[in-house]
Write a protein of this length. Sequence first.
Length: 160
Amino acid sequence: MNNKLLEPPKGLTKYFFKIPVYFARIGLFGWEKIFGLDWMLLITTGRKSGKKRYSMVDILLYERDTDTYYIEVGFGKKSDWYQNIQANSVFEAQVYRRKFTAIAEELSAEKAGDMLVNFVQKRPVYSKSVMKVVGITFNSESELRGMVSKMILLAIHPQK
């Protein structure tokens, strides 16, 4: 098991991670569905600059009855967008063509463990490859549940 989160990308690698953001900003949103992916574009306010900042995150699960999206903070507390949300709790989000104002709620360890297990069961190849990108590998469900103490999972709630 490796559960040491990698550092957020820097330099040219950072631009690689921004490619989906650039596509979304020019109106090419939703193409990821072809690959079985669900992404959310986050538009936060920079905690230092006050400028709009754009980030793309994976949606682990969407609960239609509560209108709640669940996401993971890939690089933990070091993620700029997460720090921006901590400083400015109301932000903009977009899922496919749906744009909305949102707030985030951190999940309890139990709920986060359930969410990760559900994500891996529904999309095993994709979930394991995405987790490996941020430095997370595991061999069993119990190992996965044990890692939630080092991870941050959020429930994103559209504001009514």
